[in-house]
Design a protein around this ligand. Sequence first.
Ligand SMILES: Nc1nc2c(c(=O)[nH]1)N[C@H]1C(S)=C(S)[C@@H](COP(=O)(O)OP(=O)(O)OC[C@H]3O[C@@H](n4cnc5c(=O)[nH]c(N)nc54)[C@H](O)[C@@H]3O)O[C@H]1N2
Ligand SMILES: Nc1nc2c(c(=O)[nH]1)N[C@H]1C(S)=C(S)[C@@H](COP(=O)(O)OP(=O)(O)OC[C@H]3O[C@@H](n4cnc5c(=O)[nH]c(N)nc54)[C@H](O)[C@@H]3O)O[C@H]1N2
Ligand code: SF4
Ligand SMILES: [Mo]
Length: 701
Amino acid sequence: MATASESAKGAVTTVPTFCEMCFWRCGGIAHLRDGKLWKFEGNPKDPQSMGRLCPRGTGAVGAHYDPDRLRQPLMRVGERGKEEWKAVSWDEALNFVAEKMNKIKAEHGPESMALFNHGFGQRFVQHALKSWGVINVAGSSYAQCRGARDAGFLLTFGAGVGSPEPTDIKNTDCLVLIGSHLGENMHNSQVQEFAQAVERKVPVIVVDPRFSVAASKAKYWLPVKPGTDLALLLAWANLLVTEGRYDKIFVQEHGHGFDKFVAEIKGYTPEWAAEQCDVSADLIRASAREFASHRPAAIIHPGRRVNWYGDDTQRSRAIALLNALLGNYGRKGGLYISQGIRIAPFPLPKYPEATKPRADGADAVQYPFADEGITTSIRDATISGKPYPIKGWFVYSTNLMQALPNEAETIKAIQQLDLLVVCDTMPSEMAGWADVILPDTTFLERHDELLTGFGRTGWASLRQPVVAAPHDQKPAWWIARQLAEKLGVGACMPFKDMEEYLSYRVEKSGHSWDQLKKEGVIMAEHKPITVEEGLELEFDTPSGKVEFWSDQLAAAGFDAVPKYTKHPEAPEGHFRVITGRAPGHTFSRTQTNPFLHDLMPENEVWVNTATAARLGIKNRQYVQLKNQDGVLSNRVRVKATQRIREDCVYMVYGFGHTNKMLKTAYLRGASAGGLNTHYATDPLMGATSIHTNFVAFVKEA
Ligand SMILES: Nc1nc2c(c(=O)[nH]1)N[C@H]1C(S)=C(S)[C@@H](COP(=O)(O)OP(=O)(O)OC[C@H]3O[C@@H](n4cnc5c(=O)[nH]c(N)nc54)[C@H](O)[C@@H]3O)O[C@H]1N2
Ligand SMILES: Nc1nc2c(c(=O)[nH]1)N[C@H]1C(S)=C(S)[C@@H](COP(=O)(O)OP(=O)(O)OC[C@H]3O[C@@H](n4cnc5c(=O)[nH]c(N)nc54)[C@H](O)[C@@H]3O)O[C@H]1N2
Ligand code: SF4
Ligand SMILES: [Mo]
């Protein structure tokens, strides 16, 4: 596994593994000096890192050394949410969880235990709970993130977007970003390709109310009024059609319902959109002509976190349709068709048959176009007891207190529970509410499931322990197995350890386990990903074509072609809150990481310079923010800047921690999530929009 070399400062060994500081899953190489974790660098063989890591990946060493980490299992001694604990043994903690789960099963059935999970470590936790009978499973990465985007593309092309996004930025001649703030959103290989595109002088078009880092590289910046993107997208589509700047052959060969689509978007002129969006009709025309002139090697980026206004699936469908007009689907420099790798499964027993329907919203009754569980639907079911009571939550690697909108509803749901288990590496706000806290190892200290990635070429990537856990933390797979045994379903993991499990899968597929341990990555054979490479296009929609007009949407009572509707405006004296990312942090998970904390100890609230002057607020001054429902934020520094429109403010999400055990991050900055008491729910697939909240400034006494 390790190769040793001598240096002046001690014996250095290296171990490849893949990063979990975010969900891009870059392959890296960990370096140890005299057996101690020293640094983490990119693995040149890995397609997600291309040999380089982003600041958070580089800072992963700090996750191992983080002084605020959970160290041993904890059980609540006081009232829920009071954060009073006693340390217990693993046996005691897991016996308690198993006993409570079995009681819930006896009284209500196993469907009344729900799982919230995020991140790669979830694999065996999910497997063990499903083997016991859990059916309600959801992650914030769907309804709070990319769900509406995937639904919009699925409805249009018959395939979701997936991760990594199959945007051929490397070969494109024009890139259009709707929000997507590449460079702040640090999805590694995508950002590297974006930087290369900028160097190649590829015209970039950015639509963002804020002058983002990406906007600073753009030929055209369209600072639209937040919430009006769909007007712009429909006007762009109309312009492409009326000026004949679309791929007629692609539309003829692959389009379904094009004439009805054209009739439907007829009224959306640049002049009309200019009024909605507060940018000029000339800019709308010029930007559209620019990207249309590069077709098919032009991309309207699908985005990733699209839960903005409640009609996000339809906005994403409009983005999908613009790409279809450019004829870039399966084309070089457009959207390529991702390929995977064939890896044999380990034979595992089947899950038991459910006796009840799902309560997580991913069904024809609640959200007909959802194809994953919805966190907030489980929360609703927990509060209402309908369609049946939800009495237990197992929360793995997700800080629901910050990630879900309307914290008060999350607390209300928690109060209905007989059991709340949180498995985390850090004492998150969510952990603060737990009955039992199970401390996971960090990714640097454990094996996980094999990563089988989709991309230009399929690949598999290994996560393996680099260093030992510093305290009594245990790897997620071990926790899952111990719990499964105590729940009487231990047979669901019929292998001695992860080496046996992983090596079986790898060798059964004709690859070398020893080589994978040394190199970290196996690449599949390259298969065609574009028409240029010989790919035949297929569309898994009801019509077998690209659905410009969607019969299935019409049949379900929705708009067959996206329609523009206005969203509520800010009340007097208020500003819309929009959020995004900082390059050096991931959500609410890295604020205590010693290295990343040094980069950025707290967030700021961006406000337009003129607005600040009008309100008598100075740059760098601390203020509080009060939202439309009276919720008051923690104090937060003002960044007065011309880089944002006057009608909104911007905050990076994940700060303003309230769990006292997060010593270095406690009350540093303000929680954007905490201000999201309002949300609109996408009726197609259940996404909860968060750019629907407004704040006023409260000056500190
Ligand atoms: N460093 C870092 N990178 C990350 C992450 C992280 O935590 N840290 N998280 C990863 C994850 S899971 C995700 S989902 C992605 C999210 O990253 P993206 O998919 O890029 O997220 P967006 O919501 O598109 O980006 C926010 C941008 O949208 C702009 N915006 C806000 N409202 C509007 C609007 O109404 N119209 C338009 N056109 N723009 C608007 C904001 O000003 C901001 O620049 O980032 C990923 N990358
Ligand atoms: N207001 C607001 N809300 C948002 C967003 C926003 O921009 N603004 N973004 C949304 C998006 S795009 C997403 S994807 C979600 C993400 O939201 P979450 O799923 O909550 O992601 P994190 O904040 O990273 O929380 C993950 C938790 O996992 C823990 N953790 C980290 N590594 C490990 C590990 O190896 N094992 C275990 N067991 N735990 C670990 C961290 O300590 C943290 O408590 O949030 C959504 N919610
Ligand atoms: S993008 Fe950065 S944080 Fe995410 S996996 Fe890659 S190196 Fe790690
Ligand atoms: Mo996300």
